[in-house]
Ligand binder design. Structure first.
Ligand SMILES: *[C@@H]1O[C@H](CO)[C@@H](O)[C@H](O)[C@H]1NC(C)=O
Ligand SMILES: *[C@@H]1O[C@H](CO)[C@@H](O)[C@H](O)[C@H]1NC(C)=O
Ligand SMILES: [Zn+2]
Length: 444
């Protein structure tokens, strides 16, 4: 009797261990399958990715629909209906596209999703951000298995084209009638990996501007020293831009500001010269010269003062210069009420921050200080609708390799991230709060 009971217990534990090993193998296999779908620009296999997501949704008994705001650019929307549909919903957003990879520079092929002996999964999109998209689903799988029922409805959006600006992806979704009917109260979107054990978290992002300045001047002999040549006029501007760039970068170097809190300016191209069959004509000073810059502006920086600097110092008409400026301007300025969602974790979105902190802590994770995302993400389109969006990709102890060669994520870190989302989704969907979130946002 006793022997057989022991045997049963042994078999039972053996079953428990093997089934958990098996399921984490299955989880990694599903991640690999998603990574193996080549969704790199310029020809992302969006329909293959959509089919894969929908197959996952079916296996999880989630509602699903494919929206095609732009032909060939499917947005997959999944739904886990909550018990109280009057409460604002939770939206878990991720993009399905990835940036291209230079295959020859990778130690493992970027769309094979090989796992090395350390458990590192190599693939384009392993950090940015197929990991997050599938972690949401795996977290829901665990919650469903445990019998958990959400009070708030959870939506998942898998959007295209984030890597080419999102105007044909997330932007279309946020401007749609379907979206307004979803009554979203909070959005989770992508963040960045953290090299240490503290997760990074983002409450806003910098706006991307692109600036081209153009100088004209009299052409002349290459041997002649004279004022106001196009090159000289442009170089004066470049010197001025470089001084400004250094002043911003110095604050980062001195540890006074984080990367996302300063204005970055980087030269993207420089163009001039008179072509000759062998290169450039050397004894001629050209009559035109231009330079292009990528500029990133933190949400609390004053756009007007930078515009003034551009027209007075970087491309002054008194130096015969012109410029073209393309700006992304957040719809809700930072100083108005709803605009607080852009910059501050201390307004009505505060409840979500507290919940997120609590959830990550419960899952034994550590959160760093909220930061401004240094580049652009789709989160801005949600924030433009006045909905708070938090950038979070649970990857600790991981080098930041998004858009880099040999992008990878360790499988243990991936599995840990699933537990973070399990905890977050549980906390968010169980929150009944003082809701009318939206009403309270308007009151503030
Ligand atoms: C982790 O790294 C970030 C920079 O990415 C830094 O701000 C933070 O202080 C570090 N945390 C620890 C615990 O070392
Ligand atoms: C601007 O262009 C005019 C006309 O070509 C020229 O006379 C003047 O010297 C130029 N000024 C500068 C600062 O380049
Ligand atoms: Zn991304």
């Amino acid at each position: 009797m006793e022997v057989s009971l022991n045997a049963i217990i042994t078999i039972f534990f053996f079953f428990l261990i093997t089934s958990s090993v098996q399921s984490s193998t299955e989880i990694i296999t599903r991640f690999q399958q998603f990574l193996q779908i080549n969704t790199a620009h310029p020809n992302p296999k969006y329909y293959e990715a959509a089919d894969f997501i929908i197959s996952q949704a079916k296996s999880l008994n989630l509602g699903f629909e494919t929206l095609e705001f732009v032909k060939g650019k499917p947005v997959v929307l999944l739904k886990w209906t909550g018990k109280n549909q009057n409460l604002p919903s939770i939206l878990l957003n991720s993009h399905t596209d990835v940036v291209p990879a230079e295959h020859s520079k990778w130690i493992n092929p970027p769309f094979d999703a090989n796992v090395d002996e350390l458990g590192d999964i190599y693939a384009r999109g392993s950090q940015d951000m197929k990991c997050v998209g599938l972690q949401y689903l795996e977290a829901i799988r665990r919650l469903k298995t445990s019998g958990f029922q959400p009070i708030r409805t959870v939506y998942l959006s898998f959007v295209p084209d984030e890597e080419i600006g999102g105007r044909t992806g997330a932007k279309k979704l946020t401007e749609s009638e379907i979206f307004s009917k979803m009554n979203v109260g909070i959005v989770l979107d992508e963040g960045l990996a953290s090299p240490n054990e503290t997760y990074r978290i983002f409450y806003a992002e910098r706006s991307a501007w692109s600036l081209v300045i153009k100088a004209t001047g009299s052409p002349g002999h290459g041997a002649k020293l004279y004022d106001n040549s196009a090159m000289e006029n442009l170089l004066k501007s470049i010197e001025s831009v470089r001084r400004f760039r250094a002043s911003q970068f110095d604050m980062v170097k001195a540890g006074l500001k984080a990367e996302g809190e300063v204005i970055s300016v980087n030269m993207a191209f420089l163009q001039s010269g008179t072509p000759s069959p062998t290169g450039f004509v050397m004894n001629l000073q050209p009559s035109e010269a231009e330079a292009g810059f990528d500029i990133r502006l933190p949400p609390f920086a004053d756009p007007a003062s930078l515009e003034k600097r551009i027209s007075e110092e970087w491309a002054p008409s008194t130096r015969n210069m012109t410029f073209e400026l393309r700006q992304y301007k957040p719809k809700t300025p930072t100083d108005d009420k709803s605009g607080k969602a852009h910059i501050s974790p201390t307004d009505s979105s505060y409840a979500w921050w507290k919940l997120l902190e609590k959830a990550v802590k419960k899952a034994n994770g550590k959160l760093g200080k909220p930061e401004v995302f240094p580049a652009s993400t789709d989160a801005k389109y949600f924030r433009d609708q006045g909905i708070p969006a938090i950038g979070f990709s649970p990857m600790a102890s991981t080098p930041i390799l998004l858009h880099d060669h040999n992008e990878f994520l360790n499988q243990a870190e991936y599995l840990k991230g699933i537990q973070m989302y399990e905890s977050i989704i549980k906390e968010f969907t169980s929150y009944v709060g003082s809701d009318s979130d939206k009403a309270s946002r308007e009151e503030l």
